[in-house]
Design a binder for this molecule. Structure first.
Ligand code: 3PG
Length: 211
């Protein structure tokens, strides 16, 4: 499970954190992202439309690798499983969430912001984590400080990451991928600017993958 998640994130590079308000936006949005080279998506459970939106993408956009984010409870984890998600993401890591995720094949990225959060997740066998909120909780300096005691842990930082700092995060050896809402802002989804989203993704991927 952890190996699979490591490969998935390394290949993804950038994971858009999506908040979808209308189910009808989901499929054109996912197609626009895939067309721009962004296949791994995190659909957050932050709206009433989220579950149906994610189901539609799983059913109709097979190229997309759909993860479910904002998993706050064991119930949310089960919802993600039922949707057919390929991975799950939480801003934190309660004991209940770690329990259910540890007993499942569905990969889980627990959210951590302190050394104790990290140690609790690590104790349960999780060695890939979402560093959240990455910029606000200490940024790259914090991650480098963790490299000493927690050299075996890898991260997907999110929170405060954008075009200006994504490359710096990605050049850190402990970082597998970066996540964030900047790559596909809600305003662009709301206005249905699918061509704009494709262009933005293509530009971002090109810049970040350049040697
Ligand atoms: C998340 O849940 O990962 C965050 O909402 C992403 O943070 P950002 O909006 O600062 O990118």
């Amino acid at each position: 499970r952890q190996d699979h998640l490591r490969k998935l994130l390394k290949a993804a590079f950038v994971v858009p954190v999506l908040t979808i308000e209308r189910v009808s936006d989901a499929v054109p949005l996912a197609r626009a992202l895939v067309a721009g080279g962004v296949r791994t998506l995190e659909i957050t459970l932050r709206t009433d439309a989220a579950v149906e939106a994610a189901k539609a993408v799983v059913a109709e956009v097979p190229e997309a690798i759909v993860g479910i984010g904002t998993v706050l409870s064991p119930g949310d984890f089960q919802t993600a499983y039922a949707i057919g998600a390929r991975f799950t993401v939480s801003p934190g890591a309660t004991r209940e969430l770690l329990d259910i995720a540890a007993s499942s094949d569905l990969p889980f990225l627990p959210g951590v912001a302190t050394a104790s959060d990290l140690m609790q997740a690590r104790e349960r066998g999780f060695d890939i984590m979402k560093f959240f909120p990455a910029e606000q909780a200490g940024g790259i300096a914090m991650l480098r400080a963790w490299a000493g005691p927690f050299a075996d842990v890898r991260f997907c930082p999110t929170g405060g990451i954008g075009e200006a700092n994504a490359a710096s995060w990605l050049s850190e050896p402990m970082v597998l991928a970066v996540g964030g809402s900047w790559i596909c802002p809600s305003s662009m989804i709301r206005s249905g600017d699918w061509a704009g989203i494709t262009a933005m993704c293509a530009r971002t991927m090109k810049t970040l993958q350049a040697p």
